[in-house]
Write a protein that binds this ligand. Structure first.
Ligand SMILES: [Zn+2]
Ligand SMILES: [Zn+2]
Length: 445
């Protein structure tokens, strides 16, 4: 219920205060009404009392009901039912007309023979039937009979036979008040939403997953599961595919971005290893064998901080923006200052023609791999930290003319810029792709 989610303690407190204040006001108005004053003032108090009479009672009643309801409904509760699954596998033939009936037949006979609680692993379902992983992929159906779960096959197995496996018995239904939180090992989360930030390709500071009960006490030895997902179109990449790299939480199976582990006595410690692509990641934490609700920040911000947009200026123009990478002109503050100085000097040098530098790709808004081909790989050498930029030098409009190359390089070197003239040749024909020519400037001093 949405209601339960929004009715946390602070809401309840606010409603309680609101109702209390309303009631006090009402008493004050009543006192004022009964102790008449001179005519003018009496009129005002009468009007207030009259409005209160018309609206106040109803309002107070509604708020009081809401308050009582909020107190009555527990926040952050989740009901789960547990049953113990039995990894037995049976065939039925000639018993029951359908798989469901066969299961019931099997369960009836087995219930007499076995104590279910001795077998198998814990499993749970949550409202709708969420069947646990089954060892046999043909066991796809489920039926409940006298509180017993039975998985059955909807596909034939071994010719005409139909398999039935994974029977289980409901052991308990309980309401959990546990919460699960991911917290920095030391210090505070970066914000109410962001847990921690890290640079592309780097590991975050230490994080720890802990489970708490309703009183805020640590619950030890809880099996937990972490899964990392990356937000589409985040980090300056206006493109998405399922193979977009996501952060790694250090596990091995089945994938590095999903792990299960135990919290032990003091929580499960891990580090978030960022992919080389900037972006927003979300770590979902769940409890494997008990119900809990994730609380607190769950996002990891991956990128280079404090990059600034170069923006157009009097001595340069920005080129090379694409729909997939709209913000492709980001640099560190220092690198931007050096570039602007270079553009200014270049313009002065070539007086009276006043050329402007045509500034192509720098870094994406949060740095990281700049995948020109939208494939999460890097054909763009460097351009990851806001310290390199490409300048057009390809014989096209606005390009630095070849006759000025040497002077341009000298200018760059005066500013301690490393100017690399980059060229590319067609692999088949061997001819130069002249459109590729550019100066790749390393602006870092
Ligand atoms: Zn991209
Ligand atoms: Zn470059």
């Amino acid at each position: 219920m949405q209601w339960m989610d929004i009715m946390d303690d602070s809401y309840r407190l606010r409603i309680f205060l609101f109702v209390s204040v309303s009631r006090i006001l009402r008493v004050l108005v009543t006192i004022r009404k009964t102790h008449s004053r001179p005519k003018k003032r009496q009129k005002i108090s009468t009007v207030i009392a009259d409005v209160w009479q018309r609206t106040g009672r109803l309002f107070t009643t509604v708020m009081l009901c809401a308050c009582l309801l909020a107190i009555a409904i527990p926040a952050h509760s989740a009901t789960r039912t547990y049953y113990r699954a039995i990894h037995e596998f049976g065939y039925y033939q000639g018993i029951g007309d359908t798989p469901e009936l066969a299961c019931i037949d099997m369960l009836n006979s087995r219930e007499l023979e076995y104590d279910y609680e001795y077998f198998g692993d814990w499993a749970s379902y949550d409202g709708i039937i969420d069947v646990p992983p089954v060892p046999y992929d043909h066991c796809t159906g489920v039926v409940w009979f006298s509180g017993i779960a039975c998985l059955y096959s909807t596909k034939p197995v071994n010719g005409e036979n139909v398999g039935c496996s994974h029977v289980g018995k409901i052991l308990e239904e309980e309401e959990s008040w546990y919460s699960i939180r991911i917290e920095p090992e030391s210090g505070m989360p970066e914000s109410p939403e962001i847990l921690v930030s890290t640079e592309p390709g780097q590991s975050s500071n230490g994080l720890v997953v802990r489970v708490y009960d309703d009183d805020g006490s640590l619950v030890p030895d809880v099996d937990i599961r972490l899964e990392v997902n990356v937000k589409e179109n985040s980090g300056g990449h206006q493109h998405h595919s399922d193979d977009r790299p996501r952060g790694n939480v250090g596990g091995f199976n089945p994938t590095p971005y999903i792990i299960t582990n135990n919290t032990g006595t003091d929580g499960y410690k891990f580090r978030f290893r960022a992919p080389v692509i900037a972006g927003d990641h979300k770590i979902s934490a769940t409890c494997v064998s008990t119900a809990c609700v994730q609380e607190g920040p769950d996002e990891v911000w991956v990128g280079i901080k404090n990059l600034v947009d170069i923006e157009n200026g009097p001595h340069h123009v920005l080129i090379g923006t694409t729909l997939s990478h709209i913000d492709n002109h980001y640099l560190t503050k220092e690198a931007k200052a050096v570039l602007l100085e270079l553009a200014y000097r270049y313009k002065m040098l070539s007086f009276p023609f006043n050329p402007v530098l045509h500034v192509n790709d720098a870094s994406l808004e949060r740095g990281g791999v700049f995948d020109l081909d939208q494939n999460w790989l890097s054909p763009h050498h460097e351009h990851r930290r806001g310290t390199e930029v490409d300048i057009r030098a390809n014989l096209q409009v606005g390009a630095i003319p070849e006759s000025d190359f040497e002077e341009f390089k000298e200018l760059a070197k005066e500013l301690k810029i490393d100017p690399l003239f980059e060229r590319k040749w067609d692999k088949l024909t061997g001819a130069e792709i002249t459109g590729h020519r550019h100066f790749h400037l390393r602006l870092k001093r």
